[in-house]
Design a protein. Sequence first.
Length: 374
Amino acid sequence: MKKVYLDNASTTQVHPEVIQEMTKVLSEDYGNPSSTHSFGRNAKSILELSRKSIAKKLNASAQEIIFTSCGTEANNWILRSAVRDLKIKRIILSKIEHHAVIQTVESLQKEFNIQVDYVLVKPNGEIDITDLVDLLSQETKTLVSLMHVNNEIGTVLDIDKVGRICLQNNALFHSDMVQSIGKTEIDLQTLSIDFVVASAHKFHGPKGVGFAYVKKNSGLQPLFFGGEQEKGLRPGTEAVHQIAGMARALELSYMNLETERIYIQELKYYLIAKLEVEFSAFEINGNQDGFYTILNILLPFSDDKTAMILFHLDMKGIAVSRGSACQSGSVKPSHVLAEMLSNEDLKKPSLRISFSHFNTKEDIDLLVEGLKSI
């Protein structure tokens, strides 16, 4: 049975060249980068070359890249330090952010009694920019936290516009870019943005490593203590092999970006065309012209078939999801779709299909056949 992996928004297949890079570092460059002997200096060199490589791809300076274990850690660190150390009194976010942002903000609200405002979300899943401008008219020390690409429905935020609005209103701007870094061009010199979060396993790198872009002189302080690594902002011995793998994955992503984007976009439109033939009543959650790697669809299936749809596809070797992988064990409907759909539509099966350059048209055909057999 051919296995079909169409859940790339939750994690991606590690690129073979990334595995080679990591294996080399694990076997040959095993020194602690904080050690002063040759083994340590060699590991430190790999670490800093990786930092420079990542910074160059995003047009940032190397000192603005801080390595973390994942996007969730980076989100928690940035938001918590903004409130605790930068004395932020209010956070503006949306109800369709990742739980790593929503739950952190809820915790900070309880702990520090900060003001929390939710910007309106349009029926197609886009952020209401006019409402954001209205919210920012209040004279309170504010941080805006809005993700670049929604991980469930693929709607894209105009980060350039939001950054300019935040700058005009003296608000800090934090963006979870976990779904977009490595998949679209990001120029941090031209964006008015203070904090960015990324995770290696979303762009064909290893799990367990990510990074934060922290604008120079931001004033952020560490989340925990115990070492001088990462300029004292993220103590703990760096996972050199993971970081080298992440840098190589990002390099490969941007080296092949245009050809892979065109290829994946064609796969997405191929699937939409097939669904229009086989399930004419299906609907797209969000925007058909949303991010090219994600398609979230509402299927015209009866209630009795809804519960078993993922299981049925899994038995055929097909991996898709109902939404964020962090929530896939939950029986609750997606918090993202709950903001957009009627109660009636929430009961119907919505599937998130997410693509990578490792997918083929045969994968799409097998998915459609699998859905038809339900």
